[in-house]
Design a protein around this ligand. Structure first.
Ligand code: PEP
Ligand code: MG
Length: 763
């Protein structure tokens, strides 16, 4: 059974498209279980019926015709109960119903397993047998295992629209498909896709067409010539080192590059109008698949050789193809893994939005998106990004949604939203010189989270009163090695000077978790609970000392520096870090003669242990800063970057409100200043809650500052306290959010807090 499973999984992985996946499954399950029939029924959401989509054993004409609701037939019963059903005499069951189109009457025994993804029954996998037979436990388990494997594939097909095309091929073809990713920078972006591929990644080559097939052919031939001469040179240099058989491998390579082999197939695609890079990658990927499907282990491994050869040729083509990409004025940048270096040749005003198939809310591009106010969606794993070049596309940065080729109706709706947002942004600009005070005159300090040089302009323009969080890992990401003390000093000096005399809170290096430096990889099974933040820098005092020395030297004569320590989970870490900072201060002032004021030192409260030790940490700190991003993740045990559990990640969870209440009370008891620098502070609803709970300094992305200010200016402290008090009595996050929306549903505020629920636009 295990071997059958392995074979089926392998065949599914190599399948060309979704219908092939279904056919492989019914075919292989039928033969592995030695049954008379195997069929897959999939849910058509429009009609709420389970449609027969693939079969081995029923009449082929029944595919697409036989369908049932959860009230009909045995398949409907499996879907309704979301449980397997194993019957020896199916025809005697009260729910048995006969579909003449299927030719089903021949079958007597029935075993059906639901295909469930995220609690939803997406389909039913059925086997039937002519002779009466009770399928045994291991057979039932086998079918359940296959169904579980299939669930992921079907969910993917659902995301790509393939499922809808399979279950109702004649339905509205223009139905909009929305791909889900991680909402990483808010806003709506509407424009045309420009796909940026990573060098020599065959799978990252967009399917593009060319107007000049002859030029493509020339480019291809040139790349082949260069690769051939590379291979011959390697072969020559290894003669004498490798034996004859090993050297013969290079001849195989050279043979593959010949016109009658891969070259010929590429030329055929060039004639169809594909670019050289696109044609080459399609041919190579197909050959890799063929090798991977082979039963013989030696031949299977040859897939790696073909991939290597493919990369070499592609690299040559990418070197010769001039970067003459045109970036239209409404560019939506798309890539498998967008990186800051991609922005080098593009004028930023032309970028309407960014989408990356990989990455998370904390990826560098997400941070750039937030600080530049460019709507960004990261982690759009299902998006067929390589096929989108040049297509019209909508990016919904509020919901993390991407809609390629939108219908006119959806485009119109999103354009209206976009216009609303532009008007709101303009109106908000008018408030930038007004103070952030409640209607009863209580001031609220709005600070900014920064990390990039380009954050500064917007922050200052919007009237930030200080920097609540300068993420020093960002300049570290931009280097190819740890920046030296002097390099760091220059970077920090610039920040401190730009904001002076406003305070600048510099957080010491917070790497680990999902933030890995390319030159200091940390590979762990469970990185969020591993070597992160202060744990890394205390283990590397040389890195920590160089950083705090650079910060202090940078602050000479300005003295607006505050130092913040990330991921503190016990008092000993705090004591050790403070001791190192004191040591650096003494060395600089006493031994090296710098004239410095001792910076204030603060701890981040972002893990549950720190919540329970707020008072002890406050006694050791000049200030505390609550990192609600990590605190939510650790308190709720929900990975902040995992789309699968994104619905559970909620900063309005009652547990978080309870923690925030306790932190504030304990910090006040210790007479220690406390602020919030997580994303919650930049969400107008979150800000109202936080102010109501007593927090009067909030640090956020510059792009959110004016919106939060506009809300604060329309509410009194008492109103916010009442709202927060009521929220704290509610049992779950959705109720709290609903209550906040209700309490703040008043003219002047609604448009500021409206969460852009765009889902209805797509139905
Ligand atoms: C946080 O965890 O809330 C925080 C502000 O830090 P970061 O998002 O950089 O982890
Ligand atoms: Mg954090």
């Amino acid at each position: 059974m295990l071997d059958s499973l392995r074979k089926i999984v392998q065949a599914v992985n190599n399948a060309e498209d979704f219908p092939s996946v279904l056919n492989i499954i019914v075919d292989q399950v039928k033969s592995s279980m030695n049954t008379g029939m195997c069929s897959i029924y999939l849910l058509d959401k429009q009609s709420s019926r389970y449609v027969l989509c693939a079969t081995e054993g029923l009449m082929p004409e029944a595919v697409g015709t036989v369908a049932m609701t959860t009230d009909e037939g045995l398949v409907g019963l499996v879907a309704e109960r979301a449980e397997p059903l194993n019957l020896e005499h199916a025809e005697t069951h009260p729910r048995f119903s006969y579909f003449s189109e299927s030719g089903e009457e021949k079958y007597s025994s029935f075993l059906g397993a639901p295909i469930i993804h995220h609690r939803e029954v997406l389909g039913v996998l059925v086997v039937q047998q002519q002779q009466r037979r009770k399928f045994d436990e291991s057979e039932e388990a086998f079918l359940v295992t296959i169904s579980a494997q299939l669930a992921g594939v079907i969910a993917h097909a659902e995301a790509t629209g393939e499922l809808a095309r399979t279950t109702s091929p004649d339905s509205d073809k223009s139905r909009d498909t929305a791909y889900q990713g991680i909402a990483s920078a808010p806003g709506i972006g509407i424009g045309h896709a420009v796909v940026l591929s990573s060098p020599s990644d065959l799978y990252a080559v967009p399917k593009r067409r060319s107007e000049d097939p002859k030029a493509e052919l020339r480019q291809f031939r040139k790349a082949l010539r260069s690769t051939r001469s590379d291979i011959s040179a390697i072969q020559e240099s290894l003669t004498g080192t490798l034996n004859k058989e090993e050297l013969a491998m290079f001849d195989v390579y050279l043979g593959l590059l010949a016109d009658r082999s891969l070259g010929g197939e590429v030329v055929a695609l060039l004639k169809q109008g594909f670019t050289a890079q696109s044609a080459w990658s399609q041919v190579i990927i197909e050959h890799i698949r063929t090798f991977q499907r082979m039963d013989d282990a030696y031949l299977r491994e040859r897939a790696a050789d073909v991939r290597d050869l493919g990369r070499r040729v592609l690299e040559h083509m990418q070197q010769t193809s001039k970067l003459d990409r045109v970036f239209p004025k409404d560019t939506i940048l798309i890539g498998e893994e967008l990186a800051a270096s991609h922005l080098a040749d593009i004028s930023l005003e032309n970028i309407r939005a960014m989408i990356s198939a990989r990455g998370s809310q904390n990826s560098h591009m997400a941070i750039i998106g937030r600080s530049m106010g460019i709507p960004t969606v990261m982690g759009a794993v299902d998006l067929p990004w390589a096929e989108l070049d040049g297509l019209p596309i909508i990016v919904d940065g509020h919901e993390g949604r991407v809609i390629p080729n939108p219908s006119r109706k959806v485009l119109r709706a999103y354009k209206a939203l976009y216009r609303d947002e532009q008007t709101l942004a303009k109106d908000l600009l008018a408030t930038r010189d007004q103070p952030c005070v409640t209607t009863n005159g209580d001031p609220v300090s709005l600070w900014v989270n920064t990390g990039l040089r380009m954050d500064t302009q917007l922050s200052l323009e919007y009237g930030a009163e200080g920097v609540g969080l300068y993420r020093t890992e960002i300049p570290f990401f931009l280097h190819e090695r740890f920046p030296s003390e002097e390099e760091q000093r220059l970077i920090y000096r610039e920040q401190l000077e730009l904001y002076a005399p406003r305070p600048v809170t510099m957080r010491t290096l917070d790497i680990g978790g999902d933030k890995a430096l390319p030159y200091f990889p940390i590979e762990e099974e469970n990185p969020f609970l591993g070597w992160r933040g202060i744990r890394v820098t205390l283990d590397h005092p040389e890195i920590f000392l160089a950083q705090v020395r650079a910060m202090m030297r940078a602050s000479e004569g300005i003295n607006n520096l505050r130092i913040l320590l990330p991921m503190i989970s016990n008092t000993l870490e705090m004591d050790s870090a403070v001791a190192l900072i004191n040591r650096a201060y003494m060395e600089l002032t006493i031994e090296e003669g710098f004239r410095l004021e001792m910076p204030k030192i603060g701890a981040m409260i972002e893990v549950p242990a720190a919540v329970y030790q707020t008072r002890e940490l406050a006694q050791r700190s000049d200030f505390l800063s609550v990192g609600t991003n990590d605190l939510t993740q650790y308190l709720l045990a929900v990975d902040r970057n995992n789309p699968r559990v994104a619905e559970l990640y909620h900063s309005f969870h009652p547990a978080l409100l309870a923690a925030l209440t306790d932190i504030h009370r304990e910090a006040k008891a210790a007479n220690c200043e406390v602020s919030v620098c997580g994303e919650m502070a930049g969400d107008p609803l979150g800000a109202v809650l936080l102010i109501g709970l007593g927090y009067h300094t909030l640090s956020m992305s510059a792009a959110n500052l004016l919106k939060v200010k506009a809300v604060v200016r329309q509410l009194s402290s008492a109103e916010m306290q009442d709202i927060a008090a009521l929220a704290c009595t509610l049992p779950d996050a959705p109720s709290i959010k609903a209550e906040l929306n209700k309490a703040l549903d008043r003219p002047g505020i609604t448009r500021l807090i409206r969460s852009q629920n765009t889902a209805p636009l797509l139905t």
